[in-house]
Design a protein around this ligand. Structure first.
Ligand SMILES: [Fe+2]
Ligand SMILES: [Fe+2]
Length: 465
């Protein structure tokens, strides 16, 4: 572990001078990007952050006050397994790839660039949020997520520089050039171009969109391209906290709303009505489903065949890692009707991964509904149908109601305000967003967390303003 190098790393960077120089050249560009596009207005403040200092399951992180531009962004891979094998696909059982196999070079680069692009994109999306934080605890969590997404960008940039030569370096530069929501140079995936400018959106984003990240990273964590697998394994350690922020953040919003419902009109009392929470769930869940790609996909088949991208918990959950014979029954739209169609399983692997993700999201909904029940409220939150409001795959270009029934474009237009946040809903939520920065205080629209960070109480001064 070289923690005190200019770029902290556990990949012996100092032994590869050419690579070290290339990354040290990328570093100031990264810092420029962070200054321009990172959290606005808090760069000189001390924030109680965790920094990765090891890849051991225990004690991998150090907690201390640091100014964000001084954060030690590093390159950390889980240690290599001595004789790692490709775990699935046509080359299952052969030695894992330690270098990029020529025939899969483009596919691999595309996987890495697409993953890499999401990391800075989310920082850009969340750039203004600090100014309206509901508490210092939440402000600190936002910044923790932001600096770690920055580190995830480093993780992907390392792979591009180390394994892809010239075009890898060009791709690494381009990762700092695209901008979330910019029509001329947008980020690659649509969920990462959506504005995330209030805290309800932020909690939905970390709940649903970061959770897509968990499933993509899990599928890549068993990749036959070993450096990618080892990188993703460590990224998942950090990612867990991001989803915790979203899941518990929404739970706290729901709890506060439930308390206010018992007192009177939630709007008059300055809370977020449950139907607005539901519409935000619908919005971010549907955009996050798109991130898994088309339901029927030859790319997913190719990536699996090549041993590059597997299923969720490929080794643990499945016995057949070849998947040459099986079929998957898919619901598709044919002649204006929903029909069942059998497709080769390898072509359905995006949908298989998406199904795992949906199951995981359901657990969050169950937790929030438990909170509602505990508060004595009978309303419940739910996930919309996976067909609702899709822009990618089989269901894109068709219209569905929240239960997944086919409807006309006109009907969708007429009813979409019942299902998705309206301009007025967004303005209302924004009207509640006033910064609360006194230690121990919390905004009126959200309940305080059950516990603080790293054994500290909620009242701890997590950010020194
Ligand atoms: Fe990330
Ligand atoms: Fe994340």
């Amino acid at each position: 572990m070289n923690l005190y190098d200019r770029i902290p790393n556990n990949v012996n960077l100092s032994e590869d001078k050419k690579l070290q120089r290339a990354l040290e050249k990328w570093l100031p560009n990264y810092l420029d990007w962070w200054q321009q596009m990172g959290p606005d207005g808090f760069q000189q403040k001390d924030v109680y952050l965790r920094t990765a200092i090891s890849v051991e399951p225990d004690g991998w992180a150090n907690f201390d006050f640091v100014k964000m531009p001084d954060y030690r962004w590093g390159i950390f891979l889980k240690p290599a397994e001595p004789d790692a094998k490709i775990g699935f696909g046509d080359h299952c059982g052969q030695p894992a790839y330690q270098e990029v196999p020529g025939e899969f070079r483009n596919s691999l680069r595309r996987i890495i660039v697409t993953q890499g692009d999401t990391e800075p994109a989310s920082v850009e999306q969340q750039r203004e949020l600090g100014k309206t934080c509901p508490s210092l605890y939440d402000l600190r969590n936002l910044f923790q997520v932001n600096v770690e997404e920055g580190r995830h960008l480093w993780a992907m940039v390392y792979l591009l520089h180390r394994y892809f030569g010239r075009d890898g370096r060009d791709e690494a530069d381009a990762l700092l050039e695209r901008r979330s929501g910019n029509p001329d140079k947008p980020r690659i995936l649509e969920a990462f171009n959506q504005p995330c400018d209030d805290w309800l959106n932020f909690f939905c984003f970390t709940m649903f969109t970061d959770r897509d990240g968990k499933y993509q990273l899990s599928a890549l964590a068993e990749s036959g391209f070993e450096p990618l697998a080892r990188t993703c394994q460590f990224m998942l350690t950090e990612e867990a906290h991001h989803m915790f922020v979203g899941d518990t953040g929404l739970n706290r919003v729901v709890k506060r709303t439930a308390q206010l419902m018992k007192q009177g009109d939630v709007r008059e009392l300055g809370g977020i009505p449950l139907d607005i929470v539901q519409k935000h769930i619908n919005f971010w869940f549907s955009y996050s489903l798109d991130l898994f790609g088309g339901e029927i996909s030859s790319n997913s088949a190719d990536f699996f065949a090549a041993g590059l991208k597997g299923r969720y918990k490929e080794q643990e959950q499945y016995e057949d890692h070849i998947v040459a014979e099986q079929n998957f029954t898919m619901t598709v739209v044919e002649d204006g009707q929903l029909k069942q169609r059998d497709v080769a399983m390898r072509n359905a692997l995006n949908e298989v991964l998406r199904t795992e993700y949906v199951k995981d999201c359901e657990k969050g909904l169950a937790r929030w509904n438990k909170t509602l029940a505990e508060e004595g409220i009978s309303e419940r939150l739910f996930l919309p149908s996976s067909r609702f409001h899709r822009h990618v795959g089989e269901y894109a270009g068709h219209h569905f109601d929240i239960e997944g029934n086919l409807i006309t474009a006109e009907e969708f237009e007429r009813r979409k305000g019942d299902w998705l946040p309206t301009l007025e809903d967004r303005e209302y939520v924004r009207s509640l967003m006033h910064p609360v920065v006194e230690p121990g205080k919390i905004a009126n629209w959200i309940a305080p967390p059950a516990t603080g960070i790293k054994g500290k109480p909620f009242e701890f001064e997590y950010v020194r303003l």
